[in-house]
Design a binder for this molecule. Structure first.
Ligand SMILES: C[S@@+](CC[C@H](N)C(=O)[O-])C[C@H]1O[C@@H](n2cnc3c(N)ncnc32)[C@H](O)[C@@H]1O
Ligand code: SF4
Length: 458
C-alpha cells in the first residue's frame, strides 16, 4: 500500500449530497431564473417537496444543521404562515406538474410547528399539488418532543415515515454533546409512533463524538436494535466549528482520534451487519425488507440533500429558509435569513439567494458521483454518451484515481465498446467519497482558494 489508510481518512472531501456542491452556488441564478425553471416543469415530471423548519427548543452542541433555538411559539406561528404563503407563491409559478411522490419535513425540528399549522399546511399542500396515493411523507423528529398527541396528529395529516435523532445512548456522551435523552424517552417515542400507525422508522446515530468508546458505541447499537427501526443512519460527526460556532462547546480534547473514529465506525457497522441489516452507501443501514434495501438491490437507490433516498423524482422543490431545490435545469437555494426570506415572499417574489445552472459536464460528473456513492460502481461510456461527452473529458479524473487503484480501493475494468467500469472495492467502501472526489472538477480550485472546507473523509 502506498498510503496509510489514516492518511486517506483525514482527507477533506465533500459528502456529495449534490454535485456540484453547495459552496459553488452563486447569485447569478436569481428569482427570474427560478421562475423560468418552474415554468418549464410539465405534467410528465413527478415532484418531490422539501420543507425546512429552522427552529429547535435548544441547540445540541454538535449540530451542523441550519437551525436556531427558540423557547417561544410566536416565531414558529409566523414561520408557518410564511411557509403557507411560499407554497401559494410557488404553486402559482408551476403552470403544470405531475404527482408529488415524496414530501420531507426537515430542520431543525419541524414538529415544533403548532399542531394547527401542521394541519393547515398539509391541507394546503393537498389543495395546491397532486399528492400521489403512494406518497412517502416523511418528517424528522426529536424523540424528546414526541408525545402521544403529536404522533396522532402526524398520522392524521398523512405522515408515514419518521426519522428520530438518537445519536448515542451513553449518558456521559449525551452530556458531552448537550443532548440528554435517556433510552426510555426514545423507546416511548417509538411506542407512540407505532401505536399511531407510523411504522416506518429511521434512527440517526453518530460516531466520532466526545467520550465514545468501543463499549459505548456497541451498547448504543444494541439498544437501537432492541427498538428495531427499519433504517439506521450512522453519521460520522462533522466537526466544523469555523462554520458552526456553537460546536466550540464540544471539548476537542475528548474527540476520538482519526484512528479511533475508524474503529468506532467499523465496530458499529459490524454489529449492524451481524444483526442482519444491509449496508447502504456511506452511512445507511436497512432491514432487508425495507424499501431502501430493495432500492439498493434493484439499482434504483438515489442520493439527494437528505442523504440516501428511494425518491426517484427529477424535480425537488424546496420551501423555507436555506432549502435547496433541484430542477432538471439546476439547483436553487433559498435565502438563509428568516427576515429576508419572509420579506421577499410578502412582496410576492421567489426568495432565491443563489443556485447553479447545470452544464453537460456537471450532469455527467454528477451522475458518475451519484452512481459511485450509491452502487459503488459506474460504467463511464454510457454516462459520457448520454451527456454528449467523451471519455477523454475524464482523463484527469482517471489519473487522480491512480493512488486508490494502487492501494486496492478502486478497480478499473476496460470492457467492450470502449467502456471503462470504475468500481470501489470492498476495502475501498469506507473511502467512497475519495473515489467520487476524483470526478469533482471544482474540488482542486476550491481547495486551493479555501472556498470550501470539508469534514474528514471517514
Ligand atoms: C435535523 S436533525 C434530526 C431531527 C431532530 N432535530 C433531532 O435532532 O432529533 C438531523 C440529523 O443530522 C445529524 N447531524 C447533526 N449535526 C451533525 C454533524 N455535525 N455531523 C454529523 N451529523 C450531524 C444528526 O444525526 C441529526 O439527527
Ligand atoms: S440535532 Fe436536531 S434538535 Fe439538535 S440542534 Fe440540531 S436540529 Fe436541533
Amino acid at each position: 500500500m502506498t498510503h496509510d489508510p489514516l492518511s486517506y481518512a483525514l482527507r477533506n472531501v465533500p459528502r456529495y449530497t449534490s454535485y456540484p456542491t453547495a459552496p459553488h452556488f452563486h447569485d447569478g441564478v436569481t428569482a427570474e431564473t427560478y421562475a423560468d425553471w418552474l415554468g418549464a416543469i410539465s405534467r410528465d415530471d413527478s415532484l418531490s417537496l422539501y420543507l425546512h423548519v429552522p427552529y429547535c427548543r435548544e441547540l445540541c452542541h454538535y449540530c451542523g444543521c441550519h437551525t436556531k433555538a427558540t423557547r417561544q411559539d410566536a416565531p414558529l406561528k409566523t414561520y408557518a404562515a410564511t411557509l403557507g404563503q411560499e407554497i401559494g407563491l410557488i404553486s402559482e409559478h408551476l403552470k403544470e406538474a405531475g404527482p408529488v411522490r415524496h414530501i420531507h419535513w426537515g430542520g431543525g425540528t419541524p414538529s415544533l410547528l403548532p399542531r394547527q399549522s401542521l394541519i393547515d399546511l398539509t391541507d394546503l399542500l393537498r389543495d395546491r399539488f397532486d399528492l400521489s396515493p403512494d406518497l412517502e411523507h416523511a418528517i424528522e423528529l426529536d424523540p424528546r418532543l414526541v408525545t402521544e398527541d403529536l404522533a396522532e396528529t402526524l398520522a392524521q395529516v398523512g405522515i408515514n415515515r419518521s426519522s428520530l435523532g438518537v445519536q448515542d445512548f451513553d449518558p456521559d456522551v449525551q452530556k458531552a454533546i448537550g443532548r440528554v435523552q435517556p433510552y426510555e424517552i426514545v423507546a416511548k417515542a417509538t411506542r407512540f409512533l407505532r401505536s399511531a400507525g407510523l411504522n416506518a422508522l429511521n434512527f440517526d446515530l453518530m460516531y466520532g463524538l466526545p467520550g465514545q468508546s468501543r463499549d459505548t458505541i456497541l451498547d448504543t447499537v444494541d439498544k437501537t436494535l432492541s427498538l428495531a427501526p427499519g433504517r439506521i443512519a450512522l453519521f460520522g460527526y462533522a466537526h466544523v466549528p469555523w462554520m458552526r460556532k456553537h460546536q466550540r462547546l464540544i471539548d476537542e480534547t475528548a474527540l476520538p482520534s482519526a484512528a479511533q473514529r475508524l474503529e468506532l465506525a467499523d465496530q458499529a457497522r459490524a454489529e449492524l451487519l451481524n444483526a442482519g441489516y444491509v449496508a447502504i452507501g456511506l452511512d445507511h443501514f436497512a432491514r432487508a425488507d425495507d424499501s431502501m434495501a430493495i432500492a439498493l438491490a434493484d439499482g434504483s437507490l438515489k442520493r439527494n440533500f437528505q442523504g440516501y433516498t428511494t425518491d426517484q423524482g427529477e424535480q425537488l422543490v424546496g420551501f423555507g429558509v436555506s432549502s435547496i431545490g433541484k430542477m432538471s435545469r439546476g439547483f436553487i437555494q433559498n435565502m438563509p435569513d428568516v427576515g429576508n426570506w419572509r420579506r421577499s415572499i410578502l412582496a410576492g417574489e421567489l426568495p432565491v439567494s443563489k443556485g447553479l445552472a447545470l452544464s453537460a459536464d456537471d450532469r455527467m460528473r454528477g451522475r458518475i458521483i451519484e452512481e459511485l456513492m450509491t452502487n459503488y460502481a459506474c460504467d463511464l461510456a454510457p454516462v459520457c454518451e448520454r451527456y454528449g461527452l467523451s471519455l477523454r473529458d475524464l482523463e484527469t479524473a482517471l489519473d487522480t484515481l491512480q493512488d486508490l487503484i494502487t492501494d486496492g480501493m478502486v478497480a478499473l475494468d476496460f470492457g467492450a465498446n470502449d467502456n471503462v467500469r470504475v468500481s470501489v472495492t470492498e476495502t475501498g467502501r469506507p473511502y467512497v467519497r475519495l473515489a467520487a472526489a476524483a470526478f469533482d472538477a471544482y474540488l482542486a480550485e476550491s481547495q486551493a482558494t479555501g472556498k470550501a472546507r470539508h469534514s474528514a473523509a471517514v
